[in-house]
Design a protein around this ligand. Structure first.
Ligand code: TMP
Length: 234
């Protein structure tokens, strides 16, 4: 059980101190929000599923040379991680047209994007996490040009590892969001990689197996999360 003090409570996770100054405990909640928290709900056992799916994917990425904040999964809902200073940029990688990209540019969902697109969003709830250009990252001093180049390279590397992993599990990795942090002066992958932060479509039916079921009220949300857990960790 959690014994540290609460450092931060976000929409889907809480962060606690540990006995180690260099490490932080992530606690995964069942709370779900969408549209900058205008829509709220809970997804039964989501915290457990996101913790386990994130563990599997962080381990896979580490094995493939991507540095991550993952240290150890402590329990169903707790993950021990390296303490980082988060880069306040949400990094989105897209393989298929969907979501805000389709809406913003008037494109039809479902067409493949080749090569994949990497986008930056300013991590700022008050502004609703707006899409920004490289120049805005520089203007706001969110990351240095060197860090941006490294983040882009790492994001594409993550994609090249995860895409075949999900394909083998009969899933299309449509798009996903990553967050990076600095630990001991080094950029590492942080946060989580889960059905909350990715779009997965079943390869055969093209049905959503992720948080879009909650965002769009598609039903069978818990079933979809359980199916992702089964295919990823099963
Ligand atoms: P978008 O199409 O709504 O911009 O979402 C792109 C990807 O980012 C999708 O896989 C869901 C993920 N995402 C988050 O993880 N957090 C967010 O707040 C949003 C809006 C999207």
């Amino acid at each position: 059980m959690v014994t540290g003090t609460l450092i931060y409570e976000g929409k889907a996770k809480k962060l606690f101190t540990t006995g180690h100054p260099d490490e932080v405990l992530q606690y995964f909640k069942d709370d779900a929000t969408a549209f900058n928290a205008q829509k709220r709900g809970t997804i039964l056992d989501k915290g457990i599923i996101n913790n386990k799916v994130s563990e599997r994917l962080f381990r896979l990425l580490e094995e493939n040379g991507v540095p991550t904040h993952f240290v150890e999964r402590k329990s169903d809902r707790e993950m021990l991680t390296k303490k980082v200073t988060i880069v306040p940029v949400e990094v989105v990688v897209r393989n298929v047209i969907a979501g805000s990209l389709a809406k913003r540019l008037g494109l039809k969902e479902g067409e493949a994007i080749q090569p994949p697109i990497v986008e930056w969003y300013y991590k700022n709830d008050a502004l609703g996490d707006p899409l920004i250009a490289d120049e805005h990252v520089r203007l706001l001093k969110l990351a240095t040009p060197e860090q941006m180049a490294e983040i882009k390279g790492l994001a594409l590397k993550v994609n090249s590892v995860l895409q075949p992993f999900f394909a083998e599990r009969r899933m299309v990795l449509v798009d996903f969001k990553l967050e990076f942090g600095v630990h001991n002066g080094r950029l590492i992958l942080a946060d989580e990689i889960s059905p909350d932060t990715c779009r997965f479509w079943d390869q055969a039916t093209r049905e959503s197996m992720d948080k879009d079921r909650f965002r769009k009220d598609l039903g069978k949300i818990e079933e979809a999360y359980q199916e992702v857990l089964k295919r990823v960790c099963g």
